[in-house]
Design a protein. Sequence first.
Length: 128
Amino acid sequence: MEAKDLRELIDNYDETKQTRLSHDRASKKLKEEETAMKQAIISHLEEEGLTAAGGGTVQLTLDYKDEPRVGDWTEFYKYIKKEDAFDCLFRRINPKSIRERIEVEEEIPGIYQEKVAHLSESRAKLKG
């Protein structure tokens, strides 16, 4: 690949990334607005004693579902170990915590390091 082609690829990468980040910010703002409206609707329905209401485009029904929450992590972990119920947890690690332990040379069984490519950025000063 010629240097010119690489420079163009890098610039296209940056433009695409900046566009995605802009969309991510817009999406985050929309999600916050959506969440606030959802909570306002739930509050209004509860205050009015309603279980459903509609607008011009959608009918909403309020219902309640039980969702599990952990009240005592120590007891929950004991249960998981005793019953071999690791399926109650997501299978992922906290990379920051793992790295901190590795940095102080703590051995963590079952963990290994894998090289993963990352790109660091610095803004180019535009000529002109």
